[in-house]
Ligand binder design. Structure first.
Ligand SMILES: Cc1cc2nc3c(=O)[nH]c(=O)nc-3n(C[C@H](O)[C@H](O)[C@H](O)COP(=O)(O)O)c2cc1C
Length: 293
């Protein structure tokens, strides 16, 4: 199927399903004013999307979200079913951000399926470049599967170490075997779950999208009492050291940008936040812009 730059097929574009409830529409023009790609024409009163502009729609649903009277439906979404917006106190968000820790000690128990579903529902709200939403989530929801991945990965690393075939720069993976034999899983941290976010090479923002998605996942998970840790070791292992296992997980071959996060119920409780110094901030001045002119 031919896809346009926004990742939608021409057939799908015919299905924007842009419907205005004229009994509710107050013709304020907000939907047109907020549309990032300017496809809505409200000049005649009741807004519409001319057929010639439909293919430019990026399906962000800003029009549905901004409509003050819930008069606008797009993509078959009923505006009355959207969540109401209830602003959170900034202190709560600030505390969540500051108290988030990388959890490296986990209980073996599986996270409830309903909680996993809720997490995946929330992560679908993470922004993606041009709203392409092409991030794929490879989710290990069964701790037995995680255990098999752990064992196969360690076996693969052991074999590569013996054969002296560990990739350049990743020779240190050989050092993870002895602790593993003593019950210390330095790569996956004994987590019962893993989520991998990846995106296709040809996405508009393939590097950023998976990272943003996992950041949203992490905050939502931690707000629900679930521990998380970003896992570079697992990423390198699955992408470079034992890529055959990465392939078994079903990550599409054209997905180059990916990151891995371990998660599960924590076996550690932090009593307070850490204290960080403000990082390097460079304030851009007019003098910066005038330099060299
Ligand atoms: C991209 C990325 C990769 C990471 N990879 C690992 C990893 O492989 N193993 C690990 O134990 N921690 C990993 N971490 C966690 C960092 O070590 C951790 O964020 C940092 O020490 C600060 O601790 P905090 O997250 O508790 O604030 C990673 C973090 C990031 C952002």
């Amino acid at each position: 199927m031919v896809r346009d730059g926004a990742g939608h097929s021409p057939l799908e574009e015919k299905m924007l399903d842009f419907v205005i409830d004229e009994t509710r529409c107050i013709q304020c023009g907000e939907c047109a004013a907020d549309c990032p790609v300017n496809v809505i024409d409200a000049s005649g009163g009741i807004p519409r999307i001319p057929e010639s502009r439909q293919s430019y729609c990026i399906r962000c649903q800003h029009c549905l979200a901004v409509c003050p009277t819930a008069a606008l439906s797009i993509l078959g979404k009923n505006p009355d079913q959207s969540a109401a917006i209830s602003p959170l106190p900034a202190e709560g968000i600030e505390n969540l951000i500051k108290s988030r820790r990388s959890v490296r000690r986990y209980l073996p128990d599986a996270v409830d399926q309903a909680v996993l579903n809720r997490l995946m529902d929330v992560v679908a709200h993470a922004p993606t470049g041009k709203n392409q939403r092409q991030v794929r989530f490879t989710l290990v929801d069964d701790p037995r599967v995680m255990e098999a991945i752990r064992v196969q990965t360690m076996d693969g690393i052991r074999k590569a170490a013996v054969e002296d075939s560990l990739p350049d720069g990743l020779e240190y993976f050989a050092k993870f075997n002895a602790p593993f034999d003593q019950g210390r899983d330095i790569i996956f941290r004994h987590a019962p779950h893993m989520i991998i976010a990846s995106s296709p090479r040809d996405a508009v923002t393939p590097e950023a999208d998976p990272f943003i998605a996992l950041s949203y996942f992490e905050f939502m998970a931690q707000s629900l009492g679930i521990g998380t840790v970003w896992c570079g070791y697992a990423r390198w292992a699955l992408q470079s050291v034992v890529p055959e296992i990465g392939r078994k997980l079903g990550i599409p071959a054209d997905h180059r940008s990916m990151y891995v996060m371990m998660f599960g119920y924590p076996a550690v409780r932090y009593a307070r936040t850490v204290q960080r110094d403000v990082q390097d901030v460079h304030l851009v001045s007019l003098a910066d812009l005038e330099a060299g002119q």
